[in-house]
Design a protein around this ligand. Structure first.
Ligand code: GLA
Length: 726
């Protein structure tokens, strides 16, 4: 039973595959956080909330039952605002009197099988009946009559708990939410390092690790998207812990817009972690009776370091987040024309690529940016989703027919949320672009962002997309988003609701994405934002894969993929072999195979010897597809630990097959080594495909495989394939 309530002790115990999370109802009806970590069998933690005696300068309620108690020192599930709990608030509501004192206390709870969907927001789901169980706790501020429902779901197969909250206005007057953080976790110690993923366009999700220290630290986006710059992911790893050992707590927000993840280490040496919608430039008015649901936060615990944490995220997301026809169906191997042609193409040029693809064994041709309006460069036409008849002399339908006649599927690129100043759409509807009165709009890539808070805008874009997707044989959609939001404002929102803009924007985007996915259930959607600028679990609820980065150079890409793997599975990672400067086709393949594999090049420029290599790669893509998409990832040598080389490995769930890849990033003299595998069955015997030798799993993991003879050259890489013989 993953969630239980001990009536006598007033303790909720959530157990999720080797982890436990305990919440107590304090005698003054506070919701106290008691414990989160490795599984414990019992719940005798009644004194855990009493972490420290009443301290000087700690205020408290004169009518409290326990004279030694102060909210200043108690670990909570909700960090109130303006109360005697002086740490960062997780919830703050400004009431009709103008103050923001917010103090939620327990009222009632219910525990039930499964998991409700969140209104308007993507969230994880119950994959098979009974694989998760939910606890909802109703709390109330007795003075303002605001209510907060905390929702926790524990997963039976994965050490994961998801949490969201709904705020309700139970009073007769309008209130304004100023903060509604999805996660609030008071750790019982601050003895951790913080791991986050920072980046930029072309170099997303770099791993960084720093010790927690007193005061505030954290990550945020104010870009209107989850961003290239900081991913909505953070982890705490116990000091001295690492890839395979130590306690690791991972937190990820199922949200694709402005977020804040913050940790405060307080004077009690405890750490409060909050994660949710960025309260900067956020506010939400609640009229009497109205409610607001905040996005879902995912918590994963592993006692086996960051590696164990990542594998739990991967399985959880593959099973309980990604949905639709392509969740388990084998994704087609694709070629995309973007890096090969840019926007300078016509139907004959594209047909030549498709023809080469069909002859080579590729399964789908994806037509990228440049097929609509007068889009020969990025100065115009976004919003004018009408086929450019100069490029497609016989129409798009006729072109798609030619492509599908080759035996290929056809995919198409859209950037639905954007509008070019030089477009018929903007000339007709200048107020459809995001902006604020009397102020010039900033341009990003010479484009503006459409006001997705507006239903008329979404309806128009939906109709244009439906026209193209519904009247043609289209199997795949690349949904792009190539700038961030500035001058945030909607012409339709009254001044007092302009603070709701950013959240309403993403709700609008989710609504449109949901409509497209529902209208075209067979469509494979790949998300993209200048590469990986919206690489987040919110997007994964609509698209089972995301273009990982515009950087397709294998030697830089590998770092991006390592960082991404902290919480995102290989199956979602769009990764293509391109004609980029450095690296052999062998290395490009080895890196791109760690993901949803494809090509992105102009075949005219491929050298004869590389053509043969590409055919072999395609055979390998099929051979290893299941292992990579469904297997467990082990990071063997991480780029953040070793600047010279890296290695990773996929192991099948039943441990009968493993594929390891090692890559020399920079040659160093005399640095040959034994590559030690992970995750095998020590008692099984494995055959090394390269030489037919047999080794025990124990030998491969403890002694390793001798790579002394491996060429020590910049960019050299090789794969090592093992199958269990017994
Ligand atoms: C973004 C994407 C690219 C490509 C271009 C087209 O940068 O990441 O893959 O689609 O847009 O303009």
């Amino acid at each position: 039973m993953p969630i239980a309530f001990d009536e006598r002790r007033k303790i909720f115990k959530l157990d999720a595959a080797g982890s436990s999370y305990l919440i107590g109802i304090h005698e003054d009806r506070y919701l106290a956080h008691l414990y989160y970590g490795a599984y414990i069998p019992d719940d005798n933690l009644t004194d855990f909330a009493r972490r420290r005696e009443y301290a000087s300068f700690s205020a408290s309620d004169p009518d409290r039952k326990d004279p030694s108690f102060s909210p200043d020192t108690c670990p909570f599930e909700i960090g109130g605002s303006g109360t005697a709990d002086m740490r960062i608030a997780s919830v703050a509501i400004r009431n009709a009197d103008g103050n923001d004192v917010t103090d939620f206390r327990y009222v009632s709870h219910r525990i039930f099988d499964g998991k409700p969907a969140l209104p308007g927001l993507p969230s994880l789901y119950e994959e098979t009946p009974g694989d998760c169980r939910t606890l909802e706790i109703l709390t109330r501020d007795d003075t303002t009559h605001a209510e907060c429902v905390l929702r926790y779901t524990a997963y039976e197969k994965y050490p994961a708990i998801t949490r969201s909250l709904t705020l309700k206005n139970g009073s007769g007057k309008t209130m304004e939410i100023e903060r509604a953080m999805s996660l609030c976790l008071d750790m019982n110690s601050a003895d951790f390092d913080l791991v986050t993923l920072y980046g930029r366009h072309n170099q997303e999700r770099n791993f960084t690790r720093r010790p927690l220290s007193h005061g505030l630290q954290g990550i945020a986006s104010r870009r209107g998207s989850s961003s290239h710059q900081q991913n909505p992911f953070l982890a705490l790893i116990s000091r001295g812990g690492g890839e395979d050992h130590g306690e690791a707590y991972g937190f990820n927000l199922v949200y694709s817009a402005n977020f804040l993840g913050e940790i405060e280490v307080d004077y009690n040496e405890s750490a409060r972690v909050i994660l949710g919608i960025n309260p900067d430039d956020f506010g939400w008015r609640l009229a009497p009776g109205e409610e607001f649901t905040a996005p879902e936060a995912v918590m994963v615990f592993s006692a086996e370091g960051l590696g164990g944490m990542s594998r739990a995220f991967h399985r959880l997301y593959n099973h309980n987040l990604i949905r639709g026809a392509w969740k388990t169906k084998k994704r087609p191997l694709l070629v995309n024309n973007w890096e090969g042609t840019g926007m300078r193409f016509d139907d004959e040029k594209l047909y030549a690529i498709a023809k080469w693809a069909a002859e080579t064994g590729i399964e789908m041709f994806v037509m990228d940016d440049g097929w609509f309006g007068r889009r020969d460069d990025d100065t115009s036409s976004l919003g004018d989703w009408f086929v450019d008849e100069k490029k497609f002399r016989h129409g798009l339908g006729a072109f798609i027919d030619r492509v599908t006649a080759l035996g290929l599927k056809f995919g198409i690129w859209f950037e639905p949320e954007m509008i070019s100043p030089d477009s018929d759409l903007f000339r007709a509807h200048p107020d459809w672009a995001i902006g604020v009165p009397d102020r010039k709009r900033s341009e990003g890539r010479q484009q503006y962002v459409l006001d997705m808070t507006r239903k008329d805008v979404r309806d128009y874009i939906f109709e244009r997309m439906k026209d193209i997707l519904g009247n043609n044989d289209v199997s795949y959609l690349k949904w792009d988003f190539n700038r961030n939001v500035t001058e945030p404002g909607s012409a339709l929102l009254p001044p007092e609701k302009q603070k709701e803009f950013y959240h309403r924007y993403i709700l609008g985007t989710y609504e449109l994405m949901g409509r497209i996915v529902d209208a075209f259930p067979g469509l494979l959607v790949e998300n993209c934002s200048g590469g990986g600028g919206r690489y987040d679990p919110g997007m994964l609820a609509f698209s089972p894969q995301i273009w990982c980065s515009d950087n397709t150079d294998a030697l830089s890409r590998v770092d991006i993929q390592f960082g991404s793997s902290l919480c995102y599975p290989a199956s979602v990672q769009g990764a293509h072999v391109s004609a980029s400067r450095r690296s052999s086709y062998e290395t490009k393949r080895n890196v791109a195979m760690w993901g949803s594999f494809g090509y992105e090049l102009d075949p005219e420029k491929i050298r004869e010897e590389d053509r043969a290599a590409i055919r072999e790669q395609i055979a390998d893509y099929h051979k290893y597809y299941d292992l990579i998409h469904r297997g467990d990832l082990y990071r063997l040598i991480c780029p953040w630990d070793d600047p010279y080389k890296c290695a990773w490995e996929f192991v099948s769930e039943d441990k009968t097959e493993a594929l390891a890849t090692v890559l020399v990033k920079f040659r160093t003299e005399g640095r040959n080594f034994f590559l030690r595998l992970k995750g095998l069955d020590p008692d099984k015997t494995y055959v090394f495909e390269e030489n037919g030798e047999e080794y025990s799993g124990a030998l491969l993991m403890n002694a390793g495989i001798n790579l002394f003879g491996m060429p020590n050259e910049d960019g050299y890489s090789k794969t090592l394939h093992f199958t269990a013989s017994r």
